[in-house]
Design a protein around this ligand. Structure first.
Ligand code: XMP
Length: 546
């Protein structure tokens, strides 16, 4: 068990994972648990601090999510956020009532900077509010440490008991000094030393994997995505050739992607492991011929993957472990961590364990958030183009070609997408050079892993999409090229800004960039004579076109 751990108790708030991520960014390890977790279990984990999240309930209503007053008497510092703040006061004898109006959005905040929670925070700052209920009477012994115009208790504390309550949301970026407040809580008030770092995680994991696997054999389905690539890198460093990675090229990957994955993980690459690339393009194209219904296509691609993998696994024979690139949000979203329901199960390529002869599953990234996986990847020396890859759906280009998938259409969308990605990357890089300091802007030489990470993930133009790609519409239209009439396909460009991929807005990619992409696609990609830009939000649209 990790010595220094903070526990985030989830009351069903939409930002539960964000709270945990922010704590991790303070180099403090934390885990999310449901509010239903009993006190003895919490005590047994011996946390250095406890954070109560927001949630949809009203604590004065019958059946509302709640906690025992004993939680506040363990001698462990507790920070309540939003609903958690109200609940702390309610349970300890204060009062919470419904306000006449909801306080919502960016709000001016006055803080008492003599409080340990607000050390180094400006007296007049901004916070993100989202609440109807408010603390109308603090619990005995509490004192106000922050206010807004409409909220008399924006934060309060009972210092001698190490209890702190914040009505607003320090975890969201709209509270610019929120990270500092969380840092003050976990590092100063809870006294965590900040020993959660990705370089030590990598070293510790390598040791733990060696211990667990012994001389056993491990099999991993490598997709080339961030998670499975980092899992492969970590396992390879730990056990070398005891690891076999099967990489299925289904012919629906982006341009050159199969070769890029092979260059890193294949023979002659930087990792010591058995690499098996299955070129299954023909099989997939044959199966997909004549099929245009999106869900049917998805099903065929998923099933065929299992079949190909099963054949390979049979050749290898029994293995001791099947490795999977499960990450912490998968654990939380599958209902094992906090309160949130299963959201994206339909997207997971499930079923592998049923088809492989193995004794145990090994999930070396199970404790990590996505950005931590990326940092671990950088620590392992995995190239940046793999580490910072944007999400790519399992069925690949199969769901970015509307209607029937053919080899010719795959080529068209690969080329168009490549141009689009190249131009976006170029524009983003130019922005970095113009807007970042010399050290970050011009050269990556000598940057630490954390600096490389910040440069790629955090410093980007405001229009930078979180996911972007070209798709092939099934529409052909008339055009003119030179003196000739054409009748070719239309390509659609998609680019979205999103945090959770559940909702998204179309990104405002500069018009000049889009124009360059359009003219390059029409000039360089045969079979395309028209380019559209998709402005649809999600909802009502989805991010992918099928
Ligand atoms: P949608 O299109 O549902 O996409 O708005 C949300 C996110 O999920 C990805 N996506 C998929 N991922 N298998 C996957 O592994 C799928 O079938 C699939 N469909 C969508 C999509 O790329 C986006 O990031």
């Amino acid at each position: 068990m990790r010595e220094e751990k903070v526990i985030v108790i989830d009351f069903g708030g939409q930002y539960n994972q964000l709270v945990a991520r922010r704590v991790r960014e303070c180099n403090v390890y934390c885990e999310i648990y449901s509010y239903k977790t009993d006190l003895a279990t919490i005590k047994a984990m011996n946390p250095k601090g406890i954070i109560l999240t927001g949630g949809p309930s009203s604590c004065y209503e019958e059946g509302a999510a709640t906690c025992s007053d004993e939680l506040f008497k363990l001698g462990i510092p507790v920070l309540g956020l939003c609903y958690g703040a109200q609940l702390m006061n309610w349970v300890l004898g204060g009062n919470v009532e419904r306000a006449s109006a909801r306080e919502y959005g960016k709000t001016d905040l006055k803080v008492d900077s003599s409080s340990a929670l607000f050390e180094g925070v400006k007296e007049n700052t901004t916070c993100w509010m989202s609440h109807f209920d408010y603390i109308s009477k603090m619990a005995p012994g509490f004192k106000v440490i922050a206010t807004t115009d409409n909220c008399p208790v924006a934060a309060c504390e009972k210092k001698e008991a190490n209890l702190y309550a914040i009505q607003f949301h320090p975890e969201v970026l709209h509270t610019p000094e929120g990270s500092k407040m969380l840092y003050n809580f976990v590092r100063n008030i809870c006294g965590c030393s900040g020993d959660w770092r990705m370089d030590t995680f990598v070293e510790d994991s390598i040791r733990a994997i060696r211990e667990k696997v012994g001389s056993g054999k491990v099999l991993l389905a490598l997709s080339g995505g961030v998670d499975s690539s980092v899992a492969a890198g970590l396992l390879s460093r730990a056990i070398g050739k005891q690891l076999t990675c099967v990489f299925v090229d289904h012919g629906l990957l982006r341009k050159d992607e199969g070769d890029e994955v092979e260059a890193v993980f294949g023979n002659g690459g930087q990792f010591d492991l058995n690499f098996i690339r299955v070129n299954a393009q023909e099989r997939y194209y044959n199966k997909l011929a004549g099929v245009s219904e999106p869900e049917r296509k998805r099903k065929i691609i998923g099933e065929e993957f299992i079949r190909v993998f099963e054949e390979e696994a049979r050749k290898i024979g029994a293995v001791d472990f099947l490795a999977q690139g499960t990450i912490y949000p998968d654990v939380v979203e599958s209902g094992l961590g906090g309160e949130s329901a299963v959201i994206k199960s339909h997207h997971n390529v499930g079923g592998l364990p049923d088809f492989v002869d193995f004794k145990e599953i090994i999930e070396p990234l199970r404790d990590l958030f996505k950005d931590e996986v990326r940092k671990a990847g950088l620590e392992l020396g995995i190239p940046e183009h793999l580490v910072f890859r944007q999400p790519f759906p399992g069925p690949g280009l199969g769901i970015r070609i509307i209607g029937e998938v053919t080899e010719e259409k795959v080529k068209i969308v690969q080329e168009a997408d490549f141009i689009y990605r190249e131009e976006i990357a170029k524009a983003a890089e130019e922005w970095k050079k113009a807007n970042l300091s010399d050290r970050f802007g011009e050269s990556k030489e000598g940057l630490t892993v954390d600096q490389i990470f910040s440069r790629e993930r955090e410093f980007n133009p405001s229009w930078m999409p979180d996911q972007y790609f070209a798709a092939l519409t099934n529409m052909r239209s008339v055009g003119v090229m030179g003196d000739e009439r054409t009748y070719d396909y239309a390509v659609a460009l998609r680019a979205v800004r999103t945090v959770d991929f559940m909702t998204a807005e179309s990104a405002e990619v500069p018009f000049s960039v889009l124009q360059t992409v359009m003219s390059r696609i029409i000039n360089e990609v045969r079979g395309v004579n028209r380019v559209f830009y998709d402005l649809t939000s999600k909802p009502p649209g989805t991010i992918e076109m099928e």
